[in-house]
Design a protein around this ligand. Sequence first.
Ligand code: TIU
Length: 226
Amino acid sequence: MATLEALPGPFTFDPATTALLVIDMQRDFMEPGGFGETLGNDVSQLRRTIAPTAALLAACRAAGLTIIHTREGHLPDLSDCPPAKLNRGDPGMRIGAPGPMGRILIRGEYGHDIIDELAPAPGEPVVDKPGKGAFYATGLGELLTSLGVRSLVVTGVTTEVCVHTTVREANDRGYECLVLSDCVGSYFPEFQETGLKMIAAQGGIFGWVADSPTFIAALQPTLQRT
Ligand code: TIU
């Protein structure tokens, strides 16, 4: 077992039953011309998450931690995209419309894939999801059960949308969730701050919050034993 200082208090985890969940680090959210920008966002706000997440991935790979990536996106025929999600904003820039990185938020397009800096390593599962939460309409729950995972270390974008939705889903399913503050990002600085506070408030109403160097330091004894 390993323990680290977090908010609202110490987070204890067994690396053997813990998975790193990297949420939606896709070009569509991280780079100009993708879904995030079509929604009117300044995508540069998310760039600061890349270097710490790359370091985190390296440490987790060295420790032998289970690593799972997710991608938000839809089938080319949009049959998995409800009208409530599709019919928003300018029709020329909606999900499925052509953009500089391919059709916006469509599986198989260049923009839908994970950024080069954080590319999944061979063997690391990539869960494709049609919603904001990673458990909705995916095999993630079954995958975690089959791997014996009990705790999740969660990173990715965006803090108040897909990270929050997934952490809330995971909390309701009985997982203990640690969110790493420097490895999650929002287009809105105020949502980043408040989103993190919301997780750890009320005694950790749906999780714990720490930064990635603190988590990596807690993994080090594991690394030395192996
Ligand atoms: N718009 C926004 O902040 N986020 C999303 O639409 N998806 C994810 O957070 N991945």
